[in-house]
Structure formats: C-alpha cells, structure tokens
Design a protein around this ligand. Structure first.
Ligand SMILES: Nc1nc2c(ncn2[C@@H]2O[C@H](COP(=O)(O)OP(=O)(O)O)[C@@H](O)[C@H]2O)c(=O)[nH]1
Ligand SMILES: Nc1ncnc2c1ncn2[C@@H]1O[C@H](COP(=O)(O)OP(=O)(O)O)[C@@H](O)[C@H]1O
Length: 226
C-alpha cells in the first residue's frame, strides 16, 4: 500500500481553512477532519465533551487543550488507514506537541490573510448549524437568502462571528498560533500562503499537493470516498 498522507491547515478564523479543505478533499480524495465540525457534532449529540466544550465556545474562548486532545486523538486513531487533512487542530503549542507524538505530518499549510479581510468575511459568514455548511453572503451565497441550499432550513450567524467578539478573537489567535507556526517552520514542513482571495491561493496549494501526494494514492482515495 502507498504511504498515507498527513496534512494540517492553519490560519485564523475566516482565513478560508474550511473552504480550501473542501477543495483539497474533493481534488485529492483526502478526508477533511474539521475540529470545529467535530465539536459541533459533539455538542448536538450532547456528549460529555460536547457539553463541556459548548460553555467555552459560547464565550468565544478556546476549548481547553486536554478536552480537545481527548476528543481528537481517538478520531485520528479511527483514521489510521486514511490520508487526511486536519483543519482547526492543533491550535496551541500543547496540542501540536500531542499531535507530534501521535503521528508524523507531511505538510503544514498556513494561511496568512490580512486582518481587514478576515473581519469583512466573518461579518458575512452564515452557517447551517445541523450540517456545518458555510456560506458567505458575497463569496458563496445560498440560492435563497437566509436558507440552506440542501435542507431548506434557516441559516444562523455564529455568536463569535459578530463584530463585538471578532477583534479580540483574531488578536488572541495570533498570540496562540505563533509558537505552532514556529514549530512547523523549524521542522521544515511549513508552507505559507498570503493573499486576500481563496481563488488566488488555491492554485498554489493545489500544485504543492500535486508534488507531495503520489498519484496512485490520490486515485485510490478518490475511489473509496466517491
Ligand atoms: N469574499 C471572500 N470570502 C471568502 C473567500 N474564501 C472564503 N470565504 C468566505 O469566508 C468565510 C470564512 O471561510 P472559512 O472557509 O469558513 O474559513 P475558516 O474559518 O478558516 O475555516 C466563509 O463565509 C467563506 O465562504 C474569499 O476568497 N473571498
Ligand atoms: N483545536 C481547538 N482548540 C481549542 N478550541 C477549538 C479548537 N478547534 C475549534 N475550537 C473551538 O471551536 C470554535 C469553532 O471552531 P471553528 O469552526 O474552527 O471556527 P473558526 O473557523 O471560526 O475558527 C472555536 O472558536 C473554538 O472555540
């Protein structure tokens, strides 16, 4: 069997991690593992971790490292036979160190997007809470305003995407992410992309992954996920 491929995507809230991850998943057949989606599933299912995590997320705070790692590691263990792209985890140095001891990463993609762009995007972000589908009223609006394309259910805005919570959240992200970025840079696996538009970043991410992911792996993964 080909070697499995392990990647992480880093970037502040609104930087396009989810959007790029979806494109990677469909172009290269990797599993997209989003910590935010996984937390929301746990919250909806009212698991012990979900109930605990909800209290932090509602305050716009990060979920504590031990809760996060206890949630994510078993999820990664279920995926030992798949290639994956992790989105939203690790977010702190402690999480990165735990991930390090669990597996070896091939590539880390880091999105570097100007603060003004992030603020503008998140102001327009609406989600369908049950599925985690994300819309942007300018970039990818739903077919009918305020309504999910697939279920027809209403869209909502995250409390922490509202302007009051945003600036503090973005500032805090920067402080916490710096040592994580430094760690991956020191390992020589960090690839940084800077722009204001996902559509301009995507060709570079795609060509990087084309050189890193063996074609037979991409084909085999696609065959199992479609
Ligand atoms: N205007 C604009 N919006 C974008 C672009 N890329 C992503 N978005 C939107 O910005 C918001 C944040 O993107 P998302 O992928 O959820 O970012 P994440 O928080 O890093 O996972 C969403 O509403 C996306 O639809 C872009 O290039 N331009
Ligand atoms: N690795 C993590 N560590 C701590 N908290 C996390 C982690 N991933 C997600 N969260 C929590 O879940 C919330 C939603 O995550 P996510 O959907 O990735 O949001 P965003 O795209 O806005 O960053 C975060 O604001 C944070 O409170």
């Amino acid at each position: 069997m080909s070697k499995l491929f392990r990647a992480v995507i880093l970037g502040p809230p609104g930087s396009g991690k989810g959007t790029i991850s979806e494109r990677v998943a469909s172009s290269f057949g990797l599993q997209h593992l989003s910590s935010g989606d996984f937390l929301r599933e746990n919250i909806a299912a009212k698991t012990e971790a979900g109930v605990l995590a909800k209290t932090y997320i509602e305050k716009g705070a990060l979920v504590p490292d031990h809760v996060m790692t206890r949630l994510m590691l078993p999820r990664l263990e279920e995926m030992t036979r798949h290639s994956w792209l992790l989105d939203g985890f690790p977010r702190t140095l402690a999480q990165a160190e735990v991930l390090n001891s669990a597996c070896e990463l091939d590539v880390v993609i880091s999105l570097n997007i100007p603060l003004e762009t992030l603020k503008e995007r998140l102001r327009h972000r609406w989600i369908h809470p049950a599925s985690g589908r994300v819309y942007n009223m300018c970039f990818n609006p739903p077919r009918v305003q305020g309504v999910d394309d697939i279920s027809g259910e209403p869209l909502i805005q995250h409390e922490d995407d509202k302007p009051e919570a945003l600036v503090a959240r973005l500032r805090h992200y920067k402080d916490v992410a710096k040592p994580v970025i430094d760690l991956y840079r020191a390992k020589g696996i960090l690839h940084m992309f800077s722009d204001t538009e996902t559509d301009r970043i995507w060709p570079y991410v795609s060509s990087l992954l084309s050189t890193k992911i063996p074609t037979d792996l991409a084909d085999a993964q696609r065959a199992t996920t479609h």
